[in-house]
Design a protein around this ligand. Structure first.
Ligand code: FAD
Ligand code: SIN
Length: 540
């Protein structure tokens, strides 16, 4: 199959790009599972943006949003990228409204947007649709994209590997030229050809045992880019969200991974321990609304010190009906688990949430491979540095998608010549037998996720990282055997990508001999300015 643009992933990044690119050529959007299965659709709190002069509330401005982002990023943000993205906030809001998103308006003034607050933000600047902002955005973008005659969304199409001229042995400068893709319904692998390839595959939360992410977040794009030879950066900065609902009896990913938005703390909820003390104040004067790395570490410390299974998010002091009105999705979901958050504090624990590092790009999404762009959570533009500021990622996904299109149209114009013919061999797989050892595959899945949680999560040491590296190397060997010994299916492919993601996190974490932002190690508990640079990994 051929198209002018090949987009892998149907979250905010992929769909924002597709909708704009369709004005210039044909767009194929591939997505594993269904189009609505994405981190985007699960986003709750909202999207940060400093609105234009007439709409700005409470004295906010670009400089303040930039300063908050840099502060959370602990010295590692690329300030130019931060400024570019922050200053495009209003364009993003207009773009999403044009796609059909209806952001909430203030109760007392319908001409103003309602603005929420989250950890690390000095001002109210989070636009939202109650507490299902991501779902509203995802639905609006999918509907808009589906209506466009130039866009084809192919669900259940799992991208396995990128096609590059180097991999195909074609002697030119290395270029991305497409991807091998598994049709999850038929089990057949097809070749998708394009001169403009976008990786928009989201993050990798599933590499950890506990995560707020949907099942699709298995680091596929990251691993594909790595195998293709792209530079990867800052993978040690895996962000943990402080408040995932603690639900030990839960079955199913949705129930185990249920997030209680930081926006709830923005409206006055506080974190307390079993005795009812606000322990976060001992760690930062901003208490429950300090940046995420600080709050997640404070909780981890409290749990380890007291031996408790969780801490609590207390919202019982708010007027009755407040949660139902402002956070109906959270309120109703907790009720469905038998918890009335207006009566009892919510049990919470930290869980893996966001990949701050990724495929290294500039602020236009360009990777180190020509014709390959990475946008959204899969990418590392320099916006987040060592710790992402809440609600900056939906913003980044839309801004960089629009910038990538401008860059692509300049660099790989469509009016020149149509797609060049490139001989692409059929997909080569190992021994074509159906997988008969599903139990081993599941076992490896669990083992990776558990060891990443035990050794490479909120608090690290050299010893734990070395142990993780050793076990991951063994697992990688076993996974290679599965991969080459069986007919491919999504489970094997995801397992292969999870191992690669785990190794990239451990390799980056091992190189950073300091504590900064999210990366905290007991062996080097302080910042060391000798490490004031990105951790970059290149395969060849
Ligand atoms: P995604 O939305 O994750 O989309 C990735 C897509 O790629 C999916 O469709 C997936 O199926 C597809 N895909 C993956 N691998 C393959 C493959 N091999 N082949 C084909 N398709 C593939 N951020 C905010 O800014 N504000 C918030 O309020 C907020 N709340 C959040 C709440 C939760 C519970 C979670 C999990 C995240 C939240 N985030 C929030 C983070 C934010 O949602 C994500 O960073 C953002 O949506 C990522 O968008 P994306 O387009 O890069 O990727
Ligand atoms: C949340 O609503 O707490 C998530 C916000 C984010 O991750 O940006």
């Amino acid at each position: 199959m051929k198209s002018d643009f090949l987009v892998i992933g149907s979250g905010i990044a992929g769909l924002s790009f597709a909708i704009h690119a369709a004005k210039y050529g044909t767009v194929t959007v591939l997505t594993k599972g269904q189009a609505l299965e994405s981190n985007t659709a699960w986003a709750q709190g909202g999207i940060s943006a400093v609105l234009d002069e007439s709409l700005r509330a409470s004295g906010d401005n670009y400089d303040k949003h930039v300063a908050d982002t840099l502060d959370a990023g602990a010295g590692l943000c690329n300030e130019e990228a931060v400024r570019t993205i922050v200053e495009s906030g209003m364009d993003t809001i207009e773009d999403l409204i044009a796609a059909g998103v209806e952001f909430d308006h203030a109760h007392d003034d319908e001409s103003q947007f309602a603005l929420g607050k989250e950890g690390g933000h000095s001002k109210r600047r989070i636009l939202h649709c109650k507490d299902t902002t991501g779902l509203e955005i995802a639905k609006a973008l999918i509907t808009t994209a589906e209506k466009h005659p130039n866009i084809q969304i192919l669900e259940h199409h799992f991208a396995i590997d990128l096609l590059t001229t180097a991999k195909l042995g074609i002697a030119t400068e290395d270029r991305a030229v497409g991807a091998y893709v598994l049709n999850e319904k038929t089990g057949k692998v097809k070749k998708f050809r394009s001169d403009r390839v976008l990786l928009c595959t989201g993050g990798s939360g599933k590499v950890y045992l506990y995560t707020t992410n949907p099942d699709s977040s298995t680091g596929d794009g990251l691993a594909m880019a790595w195998r293709a030879g792209a530079t990867i950066a800052n993978m040690e900065f895996a962000q943990f969200h402080p408040t995932c609902f603690y639900n030990p009896s839960a079955t199913g990913a949705k129930a185990r991974s249920f997030l209680v938005s930081e926006a709830v703390r923005g409206e006055g909820a506080i974190l307390i321990n079993e005795k009812g003390d606000d322990f976060t104040l001992k760690h930062d004067a901003r208490g429950s609304l300090a940046p995420r790395d600080i709050v997640a570490r404070a909780i981890d410390h409290e749990i380890k010190k007291t031996g408790a299974a969780c801490v609590y998010l207390d919202v019982t002091h708010k007027p009755k009906g407040f949660m139902q009105e402002r956070f109906p999705h959270i309120y109703n979901t907790l009720m469905s688990f038998g918890h009335d958050c207006e009566k009892d504090p919510i049990p919470v624990v930290p869980a893996a949430h966001y990949q701050c590092g990724g495929v290294a790009t500039n602020v236009d999404g360009r990777t180190t491979i020509r014709g390959l762009y990475a946008v959204g959570e899969v990418a590392c533009t320099g916006l987040h540095g060592a710790n992402r500021l809440a609600s900056n990622s939906l913003l980044e996904g839309n801004v960089v998608a629009r910038r990538a299109l401008v860059d692509i149209l300049k660099t790989f114009p469509l009016d020149k010549k149509a797609l060049t013919e490139i001989p692409i061999p059929d997909w080569e797989t190992g021994n074509v037998t159906p997988p008969d050892e599903q139990v081993l595959i599941s076992h490896n899945w669990d083992e990776i996720r558990r060891l990443m949680w035990d050794y490479v999560s909120i608090v690290r040491t050299d010893n734990r990282l070395n142990r993780a590296a050793r076990r991951l190397r063994n697992l990688r060997k076993e996974v290679r055997e599965f991969y080459w010994g069986n007919t491919v299916n999504s489970d094997i492919l995801e397992l292969r990508n999870l191992v690669a993601t785990g190794m990239l996190i451990v390799d980056c974490a091992t190189r950073r001999k300091e504590s900064r932002g999210i990366h905290f190690t007991l062996d080097y508990p302080n910042r060391n300015e000798a490490y004031l640079s990105d951790t970059e990994l290149r395969r060849f």
